[in-house]
Design a protein around this ligand. Sequence first.
Ligand code: URP
Ligand code: ZN
Ligand code: ZN
Length: 454
Amino acid sequence: MANYLLKNARVIDGDSDENRDLYISNSKIAQPEGHIDEDVETVECDGHLILPGGIDTHTHMGIPIKGGYSVDDFQSGSHAAMHGGITSIIDFSILNPEDSLSVSVDRRISEASRSICDFGIHCNVTRMSPEILDEIPKLIASGITSFKVFTTYEEASMMLSYNEIEVLAKRIAQHDGILMVHAEDNAIIRSSTEQFDVEDNTGAKYHEMSRPVAAEVVAIRQIGELAKRTGCKTYIVHISSGQGLQEALRYGLMTETCPQYLFLDDNVYRGENENMFVASPPIRSHENSQVLLDAVLSKKIMTIGTDHCPFNLRDKEGVESFRDIPNGMGGVETSFPLLLAHFLENDYSLSLLARLTSENAARIFGLFPQKGSLKNGADADLMIIDPKTPLTGWENQLKSNSDWCAFAGMPAIFPKHVFRRGQWVIRNGELQNRDEGQFLSMEVPREINPTPLP
Ligand code: URP
Ligand code: ZN
Ligand code: ZN
């Protein structure tokens, strides 16, 4: 394996931001002042930025939804991820009716072995039984520490009741794991959806109206109460509204949002390709996206996942009722580049960006300090960025299988080079090494970095 001396960079991670060299030895970050291996390749960085490789906490590669499949599999999706600076992804197992949890997880690990990114797996729990509860300790001991439930999607047989979730949370808490929740109240969604059906209102904008902010708020409140009763560490995925966030914070829950809730607003449901923006929860008003953007800056949001679940135009356009549109959008490739452009444009702290896109995820999902850091001994997962890269014209360089991008036309800065465990994977924006990633065995969560930003 080659070793690299990255010279004259601005090296930024969650708690440092300094101009220096960075040395990669045997796949790890090492000390440049110490011993330099003989076979070292020097890379002149010209003051470019180096940040830790991103960790996407929330992807869905090649999953079945409403009769089709999300169009990025682990190979194309991880290529897209790497192109956008994400070196690790955490995806979800799929529990088929005849599966035990461990069978579902093993199958997903095997599918994910084609990923170029390193990968962890969250365990979807879409059915409850005593046998399922009994699997939790063994799974946690084997590196599967996060268990995802849905308070909706009853029609797809994925929903658990709040009572079932509480029983599960109790068991997870006993073993110090994490409960992850897709929080939208099913009863609220069902009654508003029925109302639109009766009125024969079926376009994409009714998707938004059938899943109101109140559905998110009520579900998060129920989850907050049961988290309080059980003492279970609880993480709310894809928070879409200011009120939903407020509720999560009130109960001390861990908070994730996604780029679609930060950079888009609900006018998308009244414009071109409106079906393509159908994702759950829906994209909210401009006021909501502004509240979430502010919350990102004030550290109320802990992680930015993407909920990467892209489709092609032909999969969604022309579908008449919002109920039949496969729900989901792409994001793994553009998330970091959009955030970087936004942070640079507004002169926000890049150490905060490193925490939001890498370090906090590594801490929550028990991967720190192997991941999420540029300190000595960490995996050499990093990206080199020329901050003068043009902000526009990136759309025709995308690697995702999807033929449509929700963020086209927005300012974004893609990394020039990306390394994963010391391997030079993306060179000048192009894939040059497709070696498979490794399964990431996750540990129980650690505290989010309490130190002030540099
Ligand atoms: O609409 C979405 N978000 N599709 C992916 C599955 C999920 O709910 O996260
Ligand atoms: Zn979800
Ligand atoms: Zn999701």
